[in-house]
Ligand binder design. Sequence first.
Ligand SMILES: Nc1ncnc2c1ncn2[C@@H]1O[C@H](COP(=O)(O)OP(=O)(O)OP(=O)(O)O)[C@@H](O)[C@H]1O
Length: 276
Amino acid sequence: MSNTESSDSLITTDVETGSNEQTATTDRTAVAARDLNVFYGDEQAIDDVSMEIPEKRVTALIGPSGCGKSTFLRCINRMNDMIEVCRVEGDVEFGGKNVYDSDVDPVALRRKIGMVFQKPNPFPKSIRDNVAYGLKIQGYDGDVDERVEKSLKGAALWDEVKDQLDSSGLDLSGGQQQRLCIARAIAPDPEVILMDEPTSALDPVAASKIEDLIDDLAEEYTVIIVTHNMQQAARISDRTAVFLTGGRLVEYDDTTKIFEDPEEQRVEDYITGKFG
Ligand SMILES: Nc1ncnc2c1ncn2[C@@H]1O[C@H](COP(=O)(O)OP(=O)(O)OP(=O)(O)O)[C@@H](O)[C@H]1O
């Protein structure tokens, strides 16, 4: 898909899906922040961050509490728009376009850049309707059941729920609910999936299933994950960005480099648990 097609789709409410045609896992850039500053009222939460996030890789955002990881993540699909006091300066490029351009439709953007939250948040609807939700909103005219099945398979949940698609999503276990939320996020065929501590509310077995799933998802999608769990970042990510207090990005590199031989002493101190 060319950049032009991708950016066009951001300003069209009725986005055509089926956009994940690229098969090569190259190090093309999926999302780039350029001189990004974010404020909540007078308080600065992100301080002049620039970074390029590669396509079809897992990129982890780590750092101590309050350093701006979630704020940065929410900038990428303009979820911060919902926070009245939040002001964003600088660019977030996606598909050859700054997502903050005035002609970008945030709803169309969020179909291309889906999100999964810390606490599983299925709707009080059937499993099928949870997954089909985004498709219905966009007026998807393909085979919804087929897409629901594909998405549940993509979220490694199909085998567990295929005989109970009409049951409430709320009746599933926490780990299953989170995989249902992942199925809901991938149903509209996004390019990027943002995950904000997706396993921190889950037991270790359920968390481990999600970790395996993230690895699989990166074959098709760009995954950007906030995690407090450094072992998790080391296990599942290809690239790691370390934010420290004040919303500054202090080091961003291959995950092995960050964990084995970081450039910055304060990154080593953080990773070895000396602070944060
Ligand atoms: N809705 C909001 N209104 C005002 N200030 C906010 C809001 N959300 C975050 N902040 C502030 O912005 C800064 C960064 O917060 P953010 O949640 O992005 O950090 P974080 O690194 O994700 O933290 P944690 O790891 O604890 O989730 C903090 O000082 C926080 O208090």
